[in-house]
Write a protein that binds this ligand. Structure first.
Ligand SMILES: NC(=O)C1=CN([C@@H]2O[C@H](COP(=O)(O)OP(=O)(O)OC[C@H]3O[C@@H](n4cnc5c(N)ncnc54)[C@H](OP(=O)(O)O)[C@@H]3O)[C@@H](O)[C@H]2O)C=CC1
Ligand SMILES: C[C@H](O)[C@@H]1OC(=O)[C@H](O)[C@@H]1O
Length: 254
């Protein structure tokens, strides 16, 4: 059963990792997919090729989500290409691990701008287009387990993920009257480019695995199903919700 037949799905940060898996998962469920990315041209082209291999249409639009104009351009190009915006998956993000006491100002500001401002303006641009279309829509933001728990080397990052989680709660209220649902997924530790260096520390990787009741770290594809579900009409009465996708890591105190 295809859950997104006839829909146009936009995914930010989809050249690699979770965004890429969500984009391909949406195409496998019958959507045409427009992806955003900032740097990785070849990876973005490969993602579009994978989307098209499903028989759906794909388009990559390059742009830095930290710039509010990128959101306007992304939505406009999606409408030009495929006629509407039915789903926005706000996923683009960075996590440059760094200690707190000597955290450079530029690292804090860049992380806030990409992860939180970027999500804010993407969600706002998509919502305005959905309101104009008058047939509702679905917004799924990729927050994190880190919205709920801290990280010694993530003091600049975890507040952005809590912010994204909170943004979905507030926009669920602001947009409910337009039939637009807003939810977040909260991934645990998923093996992607964002933590390749961090998890090259074998002891740390083992510790993270041992904290996970399902016994393994996540793969990007583990997020595709939950994101497609929240994007789809199967979740028609779900808004303002946050879904942990973490193999049980969050509940594992002892
Ligand atoms: N991996 C994990 O354990 C977890 C990840 N997350 C969240 O998942 C999301 C995706 O990360 P993940 O897949 O892990 O990591 P990746 O590094 O694999 O993917 C990040 C994606 O974001 C894009 N991106 C980065 N900066 C920008 C920017 N300024 N503008 C537009 N696109 C940008 C990258 O594109 P390009 O390379 O072209 O710049 C890439 O497509 C992030 O929001 C992250 O916080 C949440 C919880 C856990
Ligand atoms: C980048 C981290 O490994 C990853 O990102 C998060 O949001 C979680 O903290 C994960 O551990």
């Amino acid at each position: 059963m295809k859950l997104l037949e006839g829909k146009t799905v936009l995914v930010t940060g989809a050249s690699t990792g979770i965004g890429r898996a969500a984009a391909i998962g949406a195409a496998q469920h019958g959507a045409n997919v427009v992806i955003n990315y900032a740097h990785s041209d070849a990876a973005a082209a490969d993602c579009v090729a994978q989307i098209e291999a499903t028989g759906q249409r794909g388009l990559a639009v390059k742009g830095d989500v930290a710039d509010p104009q990128t959101a306007q351009d992304f939505v406009a190009k999606a409408v030009d290409a495929f006629g509407s915006v039915d789903v926005m998956v706000s996923n683009a993000g960075i996590c440059p691990f760094h200690a707190f006491l000597d955290m450079p100002v530029e690292v804090v500001e860049r992380t806030f701008r990409v992860n939180l401002h970027g999500a804010y303006f993407m969600v706002q641009a998509a919502a305005n287009q959905m309101v104009k279309q008058g047939k509702g829509g679905s917004i799924v933001a990729v927050s994190s387990i880190s919205a709920l728990v801290g990280g010694e080397f993530q003091t600049h990052y975890t507040p952005t993920k809590a912010g994204v989680h909170s943004l979905m709660q507030s926009t669920a209220i602001a947009l409910g009257r337009h039939g637009i649902r807003c939810n977040s997924v909260l991934p645990g530790t998923i093996l992607t480019e964002i933590n390749k260096d961090d998890l090259a520390d074998i002891e740390k990787r083992k510790y993270m695995e041992q904290r996970t009741p399902l016994g393994r770290l996540g793969m990007p594809e583990d997020l595709a199903g939950p994101i497609v579900f929240l994007a789809s009409d199967m979740a028609a009465y779900v808004t303002g919700a946050a879904l942990l996708v973490d193999g049980g890591m969050f509940v594992n105190l002892q």
